[in-house]
Design a protein around this ligand. Sequence first.
Ligand SMILES: Nc1ncnc2c1ncn2[C@@H]1O[C@H](COP(=O)(O)OP(=O)(O)OP(=O)(O)O)[C@@H](O)[C@H]1O
Ligand SMILES: O=P(O)(O)OC[C@H]1O[C@H](OP(=O)(O)OP(=O)(O)O)[C@H](O)[C@@H]1O
Length: 216
Amino acid sequence: MDYLTIALPKGKLFAKSVELLAKVGYAADNVVEDSRKLVITNEETKVKFIIVKTVDLPTYVEYGAADIGIIGKDVLNEERKDIYELLDMGYGGCHLMMAVPESKVLPEITDYAHMRVATKYPKCAADFFDKLGMQMEIIKLNGSIELGPIVGLSEMIVDIVQTGRTLRENHLKEVASVFPSTARLIANKVSFKMQYDRIRKLVEDLKVVLKEEKPE
Ligand SMILES: Nc1ncnc2c1ncn2[C@@H]1O[C@H](COP(=O)(O)OP(=O)(O)OP(=O)(O)O)[C@@H](O)[C@H]1O
Ligand SMILES: O=P(O)(O)OC[C@H]1O[C@H](OP(=O)(O)OP(=O)(O)O)[C@H](O)[C@@H]1O
């Protein structure tokens, strides 16, 4: 049997992903997020795990360096790689939204036209404003996006919100939702064909486990 290489993202989706894969027979006991070891092989199950930076994960899968991976829909929407999206895993729920300082809320979204937007998601933000016919200046940042309006770098942000705590603590208010996001199982297109039975079974087993966790 060929090895199945699974890419796992460092960060918020890591722990739950490892837990679920273990439940469907892909135990990754020695897979730890901060390991210096970049490839962890399980000879028994013929699985290799690679642990990668969140935004790079779709690239590994697109090029077949990993056969499958787990990643947020937000990252898929921004990175736009040529991969298959196989399953909505349900966890890692959050949404991409537009927020402005509480003191600067305007009556209509289009009133913000021509302003500066700080974001880690420049393509998604550009699409969102294009659809509204708004021309904006998009400023790409890699983190702490909420700082943008506080220090006068931008008038607004397009960023992920989950509990809303970061927005509240920085006196920002959501004025529009861009899209919701959850973790997705993705596959390399060639790997999906070459390892069809194995990947299909993994998807079906994950569906069962996810359903047991969250009965309708
Ligand atoms: N506050 C949040 N709560 C729940 N899920 C989130 C939250 N923020 C982001 N996510 C989801 O989890 C994924 C991983 O988030 P994480 O913060 O670990 O990645 P990252 O932003 O690339 O990390 P880093 O801050 O190291 O660059 C995101 O792509 C998104 O789908
Ligand atoms: O609504 P909340 O529950 O407060 O979560 C939202 C925060 O989580 C993410 O940041 P992250 O922790 O990834 O840090 P970052 O700013 O470095 O991206 C996101 O960019 C928000 O800042």
